[in-house]
Design a protein around this ligand. Structure first.
Ligand code: 5GP
Length: 238
């Protein structure tokens, strides 16, 4: 497939048209970025690890009744997904204080939260993805009251499913980011990816970081860490 068919090039993946307009081919890239792309490194093997991890998780979510855009894994670094109109929101759920939440609110990292905290960020590189509230979502015409409710309910369901899934492989789900898309009929579906790039995953025993914070915070090599997450998932769910 040539580059004329490329629909989108992101920081971690490229999207290509296929012969079927309802299906997109995704290629996961061997690239790590931080600080909204200001820091960028080539990391051999990362793309295929993330593709395998997110394929496994989206499949497991489907089995738990959570519909999503995933169709099938094509190769180690490629998958087919359903074409959706993406909603420009990053939906973050936090179970434990960490990252920007801990910094913004002056909390210690690692403090369990009394209930899962949901946040919206407006996906806009030029604005640096600002945190926004429900009213902002409505004013920007990103979503209606009903759509906001659907997204929140779905995100909380996904949180419970992911806590269970990662719990089985001795990983604590600290926080994560989701993205949703819309079918032509208005149905809202989970989309994008769920990988160590988009979640904070701490080993239950040691609290070691098994996620992109290893790269963001210069804690070591990410490939062995992502491989560890994939190995644990495959052992438990294949
Ligand atoms: P924080 O707001 O603390 O930086 O991130 C909260 C959670 O959402 C983390 O698990 C982080 O990986 C994820 N997240 C937030 N924004 C982004 C983003 O733009 N890209 C990626 N890959 N993950 C994000």
């Amino acid at each position: 497939m040539d580059d004329k068919a490329m629909l989108y090039e992101g920081k971690a993946k490229k999207l290509f048209k296929t012969d079927d307009s309802s299906v997109i081919r995704v290629e996961y890239l061997d690239q790590a970025t931080a600080l909204n792309g200001a820091r960028k490194d080539s990391v051999a093997g990362k793309g295929s690890l993330n593709n395998q991890i997110t394929s496994l998780i989206f499949e497991a979510l489907k089995q738990k009744g959570i519909q999503n855009h995933f169709i099938k894994k094509l190769s180690k670094h490629e998958q087919f997904i359903e074409t959706l109109e993406m909603i420009p929101l990053e939906v973050v759920i936090r179970n434990v204080s960490a990252g920007s939440f801990a910094n913004r609110l002056g909390m210690k990292e690692g403090e369990p939260l009394a209930f899962p905290v949901l946040e919206f960020y407006y996906k806009d590189d030029l604005l640096d993805d600002p945190i926004i509230n429900d009213d902002h979502v409505k004013i920007l015409q990103i979503g209606t009251e009903q759509e906001i409710l659907t997204i929140k309910q779905e995100a909380h369901k996904i949180n419970l499913a992911l806590i269970d899934l990662f719990g089985k492989i001795d990983i604590q789900l600290i926080d994560f980011k989701l993205e949703f898309g819309k079918r032509a009929d208005g149905t809202i579906l989970l989309a994008d990816e769920i990988t160590p790039d988009t979640c904070r995953l701490w080993d239950k025993e040691t609290n070691d970081h098994l996620d992109k914070d290893v790269y963001r915070r210069n804690l070591g090599e990410i490939v062995p860490v992502y491989q560890e997450v994939l190995d644990r998932l495959e052992k438990a769910f294949h």
